[in-house]
Every structure is written in structure tokens, then in C-alpha cells.
Design a protein around this ligand. Structure first.
Ligand SMILES: [Zn+2]
Length: 260
């Protein structure tokens, strides 16, 4: 059940990460769906700051390296911040059989790149693979992201952008716990058929978005650089500094919803 749609085209995004589409929807397990821009905002929790995750609190960041926090966008419910760890990740895996076909090997390479990116980010925020898709906080699919279309307001023509390689979307929902919490679920789609290096670069970048870095760096050496590069840079000090600043902000995510 999708309710509020929110589409944003990042000004400077182009090429590889062209047109990050933000799909936001808010739905409740019981009762009528509410839009994020809400007719009834009173049921949403007030924004508050969560304690800094221990995995970030124990770091001694190199502040001289700087950050790109000024490029990070908030959402209708505040910054995208996880507060329950480990964050549960479901990823597509090839079917379990002894298969030496080229397509099977390519799927395996895709999976290995995804696992590498998960291990890289796990240093900063704990992540754990789950086999049950229903439990996933972050879902990673081996799928070509759909082409977004938008109407040019000046001409009325439909624009179809170039094919995307990767995309991350978020969706808000209320947990079935007592009390229910406002939570989010991320869906990452990474196209099959990229080289292992390009797959690793793409998934590292998209996982950064899914962990809360909802914006792009202007510096090429950062994982969240807005454009595709030939290299696959490791997570930089600036990426980590930005992540820490995001997790120091207030959010409505992870806090109890008022009972209606
Ligand atoms: Zn991006």
C-alpha cells in the first residue's frame, strides 16, 4: 500500500547515479493509511535524537578531513537514522545448486560484491544478513532499476532518462510491536551484468544511502560521490564523518507512534 509519493531529482546527479528516485510512503498495519505530508501529523512521534550507535561512538573521527553533511537531505520524518542493531539485510542469492554455467558464476560474483560492501559498512553500523525477506530492513535485489519518467512542465512531454545502474528507495511503516514504532524499509536494486568492480562500487554507494547518507559528495574520493568513477574508492573518512553527523540529528524514525 503506497501512499505519499515524493520524487526528487538530485541537481548534480548524473551518469551512473542519474536520477535517484525517492519513493516515500507511509502505511499503518491497522487503520487507514496516512500520507507523510499528513492530514493527521499528530499521530507521528515528535523528532528526537537517538543515542549515537556504539559502533560510531567508539570512533575517533579525523575532523580535519571534513564532511559533506550540507549535501544531505532530510525526509518528511527527519533524517534517515537506524536505531535498532544489527540492521537486517536480505540479498538475492543464486539458487542453491551445483551449477557451473556462466550466468550462475555472474550471479555469484554479484553476491560476493554485495557481501563485500556489507562487510565494509559493517565496521560503522552493524549489519546482519537474514534469510527471511519479511524481516529485512534493507532489501538488496539483483534487478535493473525501472526507468523513471517525468513530465517536463514546460513542454508537457514525457522525459525518459538514461538507464539506471542502481537505485535506492525508502518506505515508511509502523512496526507491529507494542508500542508501534515509526520505521523504514530500504529497497536497493543493482543491475546484473556489471563488472565485479562496478557492482562493488554501486552497492557500496547505495548502501551508504540506505544507511542514511541521503545525498551526494562533491569529492571523487568519497563513496557517495555523485557520479560514476572508474575506481571503486573505499569508505572515506569524509563518508564516516558525514554518517556521524547524520546520526547526531533528530528524527521521527524509531520512536513510538501515538495510539489512535
Ligand atoms: Zn547516489
Amino acid at each position: 500500500m503506497q501512499v505519499g509519493w515524493l520524487s526528487k531529482r538530485l541537481k548534480r546527479a548524473r551518469n551512473f547515479y542519474l536520477g535517484l528516485v525517492v519513493v516515500a510512503s507511509l502505511f499503518f498495519a491497522i487503520g487507514n493509511p496516512l500520507s507523510v505530508t499528513a492530514e493527521n501529523p499528530s499521530s507521528l512521534p515528535p523528532p528526537k535524537v537517538h543515542p549515537l550507535p556504539p559502533s560510531l561512538a567508539k570512533l575517533s573521527p579525523d575532523l580535519k578531513a571534513g564532511d559533506y553533511f550540507d549535501q544531505i537531505q532530510s525526509t518528511p520524518v527527519g533524517y534517515l537514522i537506524w536505531s535498532e542493531f544489527p540492521i537486517k539485510v536480505y540479498l538475492d542469492r543464486p539458487p542453491e545448486k551445483d551449477d557451473s554455467s556462466a550466468s550462475y558464476r555472474r550471479f555469484q560474483q554479484w553476491t560476493e560484491a554485495v557481501l563485500q560492501a556489507i562487510a565494509d559498512w559493517n565496521v560503522y553500523l552493524p549489519l546482519r544478513e537474514v534469510k527471511d525477506i519479511q524481516q529485512a530492513d534493507i532489501l538488496i535485489q539483483r534487478l535493473e532499476p525501472p526507468l523513471g519518467r517525468k513530465i517536463d512542465p514546460a513542454t508537457g512531454r514525457i522525459e525518459i532518462p538514461r538507464a539506471r545502474t542502481a537505485q535506492t528507495r525508502y518506505q515508511f511503516y509502523s512496526t507491529k510491536t507494542d508500542p508501534p514504532l515509526l520505521s523504514t524499509r530500504m529497497t536497493i536494486q543493482i543491475k546484473p551484468g556489471l563488472s565485479p568492480t562496478a557492482t562493488l562500487a554501486a552497492i557500496r554507494h547505495e548502501l551508504g544511502h540506505a544507511l542514511g547518507i541521503w545525498g551526494h559528495s562533491p569529492v571523487e574520493a568519497d563513496v557517495l560521490f555523485y557520479s560514476q568513477t572508474k575506481k571503486s574508492p573505499p569508505i572515506s573518512t569524509r563518508d564516516v564523518n558525514t554518517l556521524i553527523r547524520i546520526y547526531q540529528q533528530s528524527t521521527q524514525l524509531g520512536w513510538p507512534l501515538a495510539k489512535s
